[in-house]
Design a protein around this ligand. Structure first.
Ligand SMILES: Cc1ncc(COP(=O)(O)O)c(C=O)c1O
Length: 387
């Protein structure tokens, strides 16, 4: 039975009824490989934990509810989830991909899947007409992220969904940056939503995971069959930690966003910051679209520093509250250098073409006190100017 209520209520109750045998209020960690059957073929809905596990099932029900879909699937990482979706395809199929995408997805699409006969065309999906132009007879899927990583560009999900419908293909959206709290691609017409739950959903930088949510039963059956056949599941502890994170997603996102908006405004006033990319700023090219398809602007801020590589590297080395580290979406603030970190998989020319330079710095704004974050950034800007 679907849990009713608003987002915050579903985050805490969907899939999380008291345990049927013990009454445990919190979903237990079912750390078991197998489930004893009463007689051959008669069991309580679970046989073997690769196929299904009650802790994982609770997480999947919760995430499906938060994304507004009927079927959720948890995976061992965001990349395993992305790979799981691509396994809906067969040799000879073609995918149109938004070229502004996570470097790890690009690595999978350019170095691994072509060996299995799947082809990819990259387009500037901020212009949906480019997506439509790239569709071929063999196209089976459109793949987008929005907001994009690291420049936080906006892609019109409803416009891409319309193109997908026109050509009878699936639209898959990586919703990691927005989170289900701020954006629900299925409601905008997408067929598949993907998350790296490692980021905001887990929210504490202590568990790697991924998820897929769909509303269509046939797609769900194929995903379940393929994941069971290939085995990319999370363990029960990881599923439990991710579910614990999901329960506070709304609260955290509100604070991430409040802090990010303050920091974007603060950095925009600093002369050595030559660009601030934050969809909440009225001068951001995707601001109107963000207002239309999202319920807020998120916690990521990317900046361009005067002084190129030397300034950016000095900035990243000088922060004390922001940790210089891969990843994003945790309660702690992180600073990243896309040129050699998250976007290392892209060749330099490709990075420049996208607008990522040696002076680009990405901030995952955490939920610490915003005054401490601003003071830390002020010190790092001084270090960058001195470099
Ligand atoms: C937008 C996006 N999608 C997918 C992934 C991959 O997720 P994971 O690291 O959990 O495999 C990442 C990781 O940074 C990401 O930023």
């Amino acid at each position: 039975m679907a849990t009713r209520g608003r987002f915050e209520t579903r985050a805490i109750h969907a899939g999380q009824q008291p345990d049927a045998t013990t009454g445990a209020t919190i979903v237990p960690v079912y750390q078991t490989v197998t489930f004893t059957q009463d007689e051959v073929g008669r069991h309580h809905g679970f046989e073997y934990s690769r196929t299904a596990n009650p802790t994982r099932a609770a997480l999947e029900t919760c995430l499906a509810s938060l994304e507004g879909g009927r079927f959720g699937f948890a995976y061992g990482s965001g990349m395993a989830a992305i790979h799981g979706v691509l396994q809906l395809l067969s040799a000879g199929d073609h995918v149109v991909v938004a070229d502004d995408l996570y470097g790890g997805s690009f690595r999978l699409f350019s170095n691994v899947l072509p060996r299995f006969g799947v082809r990819f065309s990259y387009v500037d999906a901020t212009r949906p007409e480019e997506v439509a132009k790239a569709v071929e007879p063999a196209t089976r899927m459109l793949w987008i992220e929005t907001p994009t990583n690291p420049l936080l560009r906006l892609v019109d999900v409803a416009a891409c969904a319309e193109i997908a419908r026109r050509y009878g293909v699936r639209l898959a959206v990586d919703n990691t940056f927005a989170t289900p709290y701020l954006q629900n691609p299925l409601a905008l017409g997408a067929h598949v939503v993907v998350h790296s739950t490692t980021k905001y959903i887990g929210g504490h930088s202590d568990v790697i995971g991924g998820a897929v949510v769909v509303d269509d039963e046939e797609t769900a059956q194929t995903l379940q069959f393929t994941r069971n056949a290939t085995g990319g599941i999370p363990g029960p502890w990881d599923a439990w930690l991710t579910l614990r994170g999901a329960r506070t997603l709304a609260l955290r996102m509100r604070q991430h966003e409040a802090n990010a908006a303050r920091i974007a405004a603060f950095l925009a006033e600093r002369p050595s910051v030559t660009a601030v990319y934050y969809p909440g700023r009225p001068d951001h090219p995707g601001h109107q679209l963000a207002k239309k398809q999202m319920r807020g602007f998120g916690g990521m801020v990317t900046i361009e520093l005067e002084g190129g590589a030397a300034a950016a590297r000095a900035f990243c080395a000088a922060t004390r509250v922001f940790s210089l580290a891969e990843s994003l979406g945790g309660v702690e603030s992180l600073v990243g250098y896309p040129w050699t970190m998250s976007h290392a998989a892209f060749p330099p020319d490709e990075k420049r073409r996208k607008g990522i330079t040696e002076g680009t710095v990405r901030l995952s704004v955490g939920i610490e006190h915003v005054d401490d974050l601003c003071a830390d950034l002020e010190d790092a800007l001084a270090a960058a100017r001195a470099a």
